[in-house]
Design a protein around this ligand. Structure first.
Ligand SMILES: Nc1ncnc2c1ncn2[C@@H]1O[C@H](COP(=O)(O)OP(=O)(O)OP(=O)(O)O)[C@@H](O)[C@H]1O
Ligand SMILES: [Mg+2]
Length: 317
C-alpha cells in the first residue's frame, strides 16, 4: 500500500468574529495500492485539493493519520516529501524560464549534481516529447505543452508516488488523451499516481480505482466497473407529464431495481433495458400518463454519483 489514510480531516478556521469554520475534509479513508492510478472524483469544493495537499505534506491535517510512501505523514513528513512528486492545480512552471531551466533547477533542489541534473533533464524532456521545445520561454508554450512540463517537474527526482491535482482541466480533447497516455505510461513504469478530477469520463478511462468524494467525505469507492455494476446495468430516463404519478406506477414493476426522480426527469435503473422498455412504456400508458421523451443508456459514473448523493455531478459543481 503506497497510501493508507484513516479519518483524515481538515477544518479551516476563518478570520473575523462569528465566521463559521470550513470543514473542507471530514474524515477520509483512502487505500492506494502500489502501481495503480487512483482517482479522487468530485465536484468543485468537495475537498479534493485539500486531501491531496494533506497527503503531499503541504497542508497540516486537523485530524486522522496516514502512511504515505512507507512513512508516517504526521511524524516524518520530510521522509514522505522526499518520496513524492506533486503537481498542483495551477501547474508550478516558472513561465519566464525555459522548460530545461525549470527542470534543471528542480533536479538540483532535489540534491542531484550538475551532471546528474543535466542527464535527468534530457531524459524527462524526451519522455514527455518536449525536447524540441526545451529552450523556449515556458510562457510561449501552449496549455497542453505547459502541462507536460509541469508533469515532468513532478517526476524529475523519480518519486515512486506522484500527486496530480486536476491534471487535464482546461485541455482540449486531444491534449487530454495525450496526457492520459503519459500518465498510464508512468503507471506502467511503476509509478503510483493519485490524481483528482471532476471529469467522469476521465475517472472512467484513466483510473484503476477511484473514490467519489462529496462535501469532504468519500461516498463510494472501487474500480469504475465495480461502481457502475453496483448501480445496475441500464438506465431509462423518462420525461412524463406527472413525475410523481409515474414513479408510483413504475415502483411495483419487478425488473425496476430502483427509481429516482430528479426535477422533471425520472430515472429507472434496471438490468436489461432493451427488454424492459416496452413493458415500462405500456405501464405508463395504462396509467394514462403522457410520455414526452425517453432515453436508454448504460449506467455511468454520474449515475453512481447521483445514487450516492441525490444529485448529478454535472449539476453539483
Ligand atoms: N485555505 C483555505 N481557507 C479556507 N477555506 C478553504 C481553504 N482552502 C479550501 N477551502 C474550502 O474548503 C473546501 C474544499 O476546497 P478544495 O479546494 O479542497 O476543493 P476541491 O474539491 O479541490 O474543489 P475544486 O474542484 O474547485 O478544485 C471549499 O469549501 C473551500 O472553499
Ligand atoms: Mg481543487
Amino acid at each position: 500500500m503506497i497510501i493508507d489514510a484513516r479519518g483524515l480531516r481538515k477544518t479551516y478556521r476563518r478570520r473575523g468574529r462569528g465566521a463559521e469554520p470550513v470543514e473542507a475534509v471530514r474524515g477520509v479513508d483512502l487505500q492506494v495500492a502500489e502501481g495503480e492510478i487512483f482517482g479522487v472524483l468530485g465536484p468543485n469544493g468537495a475537498g479534493k485539493t485539500t486531501t491531496i495537499r494533506m497527503l503531499a505534506t503541504l497542508v497540516a491535517p486537523s485530524g486522522g493519520s496516514a502512511t504515505v510512501a512507507g512513512h508516517d505523514l504526521l511524524t516524518t513528513p520530510e521522509q514522505v516529501r522526499r518520496r513524492i512528486g506533486y503537481v498542483g492545480q495551477a501547474g508550478g512552471v516558472d513561465e519566464n524560464n525555459t522548460p530545461r531551466a525549470n527542470l534543471l533547477l528542480a533536479a538540483r533542489v532535489n540534491g542531484m549534481t550538475a551532471a546528474q541534473a543535466a542527464a535527468r533533464t534530457g531524459e524527462v524532456l524526451a519522455a514527455f516529447g518536449l525536447s524540441a521545445l526545451a529552450d523556449r520561454p515556458a510562457r510561449t508554450l501552449s496549455g497542453g505543452q505547459k502541462r507536460r512540463v509541469a508533469l515532468a517537474l513532478g517526476l524529475v527526482h523519480r518519486p515512486p508516488l506522484l500527486f496530480l491535482d486536476e491534471p487535464t482541466t482546461g485541455l482540449d480533447p486531444q491534449n487530454r488523451a495525450n496526457l492520459w497516455d503519459q500518465i498510464k505510461g508512468l503507471r506502467d513504469g511503476g509509478t503510483s499516481v493519485l490524481l483528482s478530477t471532476h471529469y467522469l469520463d476521465e475517472a472512467d478511462a484513466l483510473c484503476d480505482r477511484l473514490a467519489i468524494v462529496d462535501h469532504g467525505l468519500v461516498v463510494a469507492e472501487g474500480t469504475p466497473a465495480e461502481l457502475k455494476r453496483e448501480i445496475a446495468g441500464d438506465v431509462v430516463s423518462l420525461r412524463v407529464s406527472d413525475t410523481r404519478e409515474a414513479a408510483k406506477a413504475l415502483r411495483g414493476l419487478p425488473y425496476a431495481r430502483e427509481i429516482k426522480a430528479g426535477g422533471d426527469l425520472l430515472r429507472v435503473y434496471l438490468d436489461d433495458g432493451e427488454r424492459a422498455l416496452p413493458h415500462l412504456l405500456a405501464t405508463l400508458t395504462e396509467h394514462g400518463l403522457a410520455l414526452e421523451s425517453v432515453a436508454l443508456d448504460r449506467a455511468t459514473l454520474d449515475d453512481v454519483f447521483l445514487h450516492k448523493t441525490g444529485r448529478s455531478l454535472r449539476d453539483a459543481a
